[in-house]
Design a protein around this ligand. Structure first.
Ligand SMILES: Cc1ncc(COP(=O)(O)O)c(C=O)c1O
Length: 249
């Protein structure tokens, strides 16, 4: 991890897009808060994080992420209490987990104070995007991608660490019917199952589509060698109650 430099470059949005959002009929992931954070990694160091209006960015088509999938992400949430104070749910754990995922994907770890300084600033700028009341939250999506151009199969020397945010209600609005997978696997010994690597999700879509055709919404994965042991669900934690015992991965 490089020694972080203090400071943020901040460019605020000229106007807010808040009035374009129907908060009563939110579709998960459709609307993004006014600002995002982008931090570049080059010459062996994370540069000064930049906060800027949310919008498209330019990346070379030969960037490593498009060819070798060097990409990791996190999903975390902010909530607003009745006094308009914004709270994060277990942010330290999410921060630690993205660096565990990054390490497995040969992506340089992100400095902790860069992460929390920029996240606090983002939440301050976009606090109107966090709605109070039961079920409301702001979903925070930090992610890191390899952006160096060149299709040689080697780790990227350049990366972008980005944070975007979208207002959310419950991810599923009805009970979820799950299919226990006895053929396809999500993770194998020595593999990347423990990492929140983008490719783990890409690889789950085909088996999940097959499950959807049978009337299920999600797959519960089993161990890759015997398919006898339950592991986890595709997009969420899974808990089992056996008598008075609650068991979760
Ligand atoms: C595979 C998987 N398991 C579990 C979760 C639940 O997330 P967390 O571990 O942050 O509670 C998610 C959320 O994206 C997920 O994709």
């Amino acid at each position: 991890m490089n020694t972080p430099q203090k400071g943020l470059d901040i460019t605020t949005a000229k106007s807010s897009r808040l009035d374009q959002v129907d908060f009563n009929n939110l579709v998960f992931g459709k609307y993004y808060a006014d600002h995002m954070m982008i931090c570049d990694y080059k010459d062996g160091a994370w540069q000064t994080p930049k906060i800027m209006p949310y919008g498209p960015m330019e990346i070379e088509p030969s960037s490593k992420v498009f060819h070798y999938g060097q990409a990791v992400f996190e999903g975390m949430k902010a909530f607003k209490d009745d006094e308009d104070k914004v709270w994060l749910f277990r942010p330290e754990e999410n921060f630690e987990r993205i660096n565990i995922s990054s390490k497995r994907m040969a992506i340089p770890e992100f400095p902790k104070d860069y992460f929390f300084n920029s996240l606090e600033t983002l939440l301050d700028l976009d606090q109107e995007w966090v709605k109070k009341g039961e079920g409301n939250s702001l979903y925070i999506r930090p992610f890191a991608i390899g952006t160096e151009y060149g299709v040689s199969a080697s780790p990227s020397n350049e990366y972008k660490f980005i944070i975007i945010c979208c207002p959310a209600k419950a991810y599923y609005s009805t009970p979820v019917k799950v299919l226990i997978s006895d053929h396809y696997s999500r993770s194998a010994d020595g593999g990347v199952g423990f990492a929140k690597a983008a490719g783990n999700y890409g690889a789950s879509f085909y088996p999940t589509n097959l499950a959807k055709e049978k009337g299920y919404q999600q797959v519960i994965w089993t161990d890759a060698s015997t398919h006898e042991y339950l592991e986890e669900a595709g997009t969420m934690n899974v808990f089992f109650r056996i008598g008075d015992k609650l068991i979760t991965a």
